[in-house]
Ligand binder design. Sequence first.
Ligand SMILES: Cc1cc2nc3c(=O)[nH]c(=O)nc-3n(C[C@H](O)[C@H](O)[C@H](O)COP(=O)(O)O)c2cc1C
Length: 195
Amino acid sequence: MSPQHDRTRRALLSALPSLTVVKMAFPTSASANTDNSLKTERTLVVYLSPSGNTRVIAGVIHRSLHSDLFEIEPAIPYPDDYFQTVEQTKIDRDLRPPLKSSVSNIERYQTIYLGFPVWGTTLPPVVQTFLTTHNQADKTLIPFITHGGYGVGNSEALLARLAPHARREQPLVIECDQERRTTEIVTRWLSTVSR
Ligand SMILES: Cc1cc2nc3c(=O)[nH]c(=O)nc-3n(C[C@H](O)[C@H](O)[C@H](O)COP(=O)(O)O)c2cc1C
């Protein structure tokens, strides 16, 4: 090895630790693309969650991605009681109940995470309203779906029909505790305790 080559090698070796620090301090251009601060402007988490299961997932995604968050709510609130809600949704089944509020400027979002519970083996009517009143064209739609043990039913097929121009990713599907089960257990228990 020539003395010149040796000097160059030693100089490179002694520079390595500082090179490592530089790499840690400044993201590469590839990691800069996944920088959450950039996603803030263009990722939206939208969800319906009258009994709270889907909200938990929406919160995790929202906090992880530093996204915007929007809760789908009907203009006329659902009843507090689980069984009354079930009855209400049977009435709404073929309707598109109006929303309490809409996402202003949906155009600025390129990616939309859409969370909803399965109702009556399909998409809840108010989520159908959301899809038909907000333009999904050319956006990436990433569903996250909760259900009470009977699976997603035809909700994915209906989603594809209502957002035909969106790029859809595989959904996250999670079985969550059903409010029905909890309500029945508590009601049974209440009837056994003396008042
Ligand atoms: C009106 C209504 C209808 C439902 N229909 C179904 C169904 O068809 N299949 C199923 O597995 N779960 C069904 N469930 C259970 C919910 O999908 C499940 O509990 C979901 O996690 C609730 O989400 P949330 O807590 O975010 O509202 C229904 C619940 C309600 C209130």
